[in-house]
Design a protein around this ligand. Structure first.
Ligand code: ADP
Length: 473
């Protein structure tokens, strides 16, 4: 069943109009979702604010059990949800299924965290006072999610919010709202009370989000999306000094040192580059490969990319699906065209296929270190390779960006890899692995890749306020 209305105060409600959701693999309309107008935005805020008064008080064990049930339902229905993701996002079924399992793990992890929200009781250094520190739910939170991981970005925010005792308004990307609405239904069946989770789909997003940020009842904003929109929201949040958690863009370097096992580096590169069709803020964007191994690495990566089967997401055996929209596909194509005009050497791909679907083929480019494409988050199946002379040059080039989300390093010498890892200006570093996202680990970036951490022990703290009670007795 496809849910296409708004989910407000535990009920499905119609909005102020309808908006089509497309299947990007063929341009057909899957369904038309309700558009949230001002009335629905206000209703969601009223519901979240009212529910917070009671939800924050219920035992954390109960909140944890709701999340546990949601985890179990999501796992039981993983194939259905994966098919829905594949249809509205374009990604292949295998990637969508992987996302559902990853997404469900956030519910499981935070079901376990709900009962472990710690406090602190200490004697002051002077010996005559007591320092009591407690954590309280921050309040109504606005969760804004992107289209690239419509399930995981939602559960990574909803999970800790429920664990902490917060109520939320979720605003998914207009391209992929159906997955979030399906997750709202799962939470409903898992026994999450009315008003705790509300899903609204306004379009355009800006005015509705501004309205919520101006409402004094809103206490927290958790955003995943582009650095450009993140900056706009940070400025708006400043007016009311709203707490923010920002997961923004990335421009991940993938460094292959001269002692790396090239076959392993290529398999890692295939995952780091092609998981989700390259539409991930963690996707390897710039390959800095040692002069000694660059020819071998390029040849093997090109051969592996050439074998990839590109087809619509639900086709048997498909490995690379459609981009989320023709607009996004054209952005990738424009970046590649500009890069070629600047001297990039095309080893594979680089041409937009004819037809209705938003497809872009696996592409390998070798470029000079000053090629403009290295400054952009490509968000597609395009590997850009640069030759480096030394570890020091690899480090300097890798860090020469305003982004700092994740870096990948391949080396046979763990000590050498760790030295490079310590020098990386990024919130996460993968050594000899093509993917490291894990609900039990803190996910987040340095520099303009964001503020705060999601997942791990930190995630729940994005939804908690620390209170210090000083007592003398
Ligand atoms: P992406 O490149 O991943 O689509 P965006 O930053 O454009 O990233 O979008 C991420 C989320 O932010 C989506 O839910 C989108 O609808 C929302 N969004 C986009 N523009 C604005 C805006 N001006 N104000 C508030 N939210 C926005």
């Amino acid at each position: 069943m496809i849910f296409s209305d708004l989910y407000i105060n535990g009920k499905w409600v119609e909005g102020a109009g309808r908006h089509p959701v497309y299947d990007p693999s063929n341009g057909s309309v899957i369904t038309e979702i309700a558009i949230a107008g001002e009335k629905e935005v206000d209703a969601a805020m009223n519901a979240a604010a009212a529910a917070f008064l009671t939800f924050a008080q219920i035992p954390s064990r109960q909140r944890g059990e709701m999340l546990r049930r949601a985890f179990e339902i999501m796992i039981a229905e993983a194939d259905d949800l994966a098919r829905l993701i594949s249809r509205e996002n374009g990604k292949v079924f295998a990637d969508a299924k992987g996302e559902v399992l990853y997404a469900a793990e956030f519910f499981r992890w935070f079901s376990e965290e709900a009962v472990r929200i710690e406090g602190d009781f200490r004697t002051s250094p002077s010996g005559d006072k007591r320092i009591i520190v407690t954590n309280q739910p921050i309040g109504v939170s606005l969760l804004i999610t992107p289209w690239n991981f419509p399930a995981a970005m939602a559960t990574r925010k909803i999970g800790p919010a429920i664990a902490a005792g917060c109520t939320v308004i979720v605003k998914p990307a207009i391209e992929t709202p159906l997955t979030t609405l399906a997750i709202a239904d799962i939470l409903h069946r898992a026994g999450v009370p009315a008003g705790v989770v509300n899903v609204i789909t306004p379009t355009p997003a800006g005015p509705a989000v501004t309205r919520l940020l101006e409402d004094p009842r809103l206490k927290n904003l958790s955003f995943t999306g582009s650095t450009q929109v993140g900056k706009i929201l940070l400025k708006q949040a400043a007016d009311r000094v709203i707490r923010t958690s920002m997961e923004l863009g990335g421009n991940a370097p993938f460094i292959v040192l001269d002692d790396a096992d090239i076959d392993e580096a290529v398999s890692g590169a295939m995952i780091a580059k092609l998981r989700n069709g390259g539409a991930a803020c963690t996707a390897a964007n710039r390959f800095y490969v040692s002069k000694k191994v660059v020819a071998q690495f390029t040849e093997k990566l090109t051969a592996a990319m050439k074998e990839i089967k590109m087809a619509s997401g639900l086709t048997e055996g498909a490995q690379l699906g459609a981009c989320v929209s023709v607009k996004e596909r054209n952005k990738i194509a424009d970046l590649v065209t500009a890069s070629i005009a600047q001297g990039a050497d095309v080893k594979l791909g680089g041409k937009t296929p004819a037809g209705d679907g938003a497809f872009y083929p696996p592409t390998v480019l070798t470029v000079a270190a000053d090629n403009e494409i290295l400054k952009e988050e490509i968000f597609g199946p395009v590997a850009v390779i640069v030759t480096v002379e030394s570890d020091e040059q690899a480090i300097a080039l890798a860090n020469d960006t305003e982004y700092g989300l994740i870096s990948y390093i391949y080396s046979a010498d763990l000590g050498r890899a760790l030295k490079v890892a310590e020098a990386m200006e990024s919130g996460m570093v993968a050594i000899n692995r093509g993917v490291i996202s894990d609900p039990a680990a803190p996910f987040g970036g340095y520099k303009q890749s964001g503020l705060g951490r999601e997942g791990g022990f930190d995630g729940v703290h994005e939804f908690l306020e620390k209170k210090y009670i000083g007592a003398a007795f």
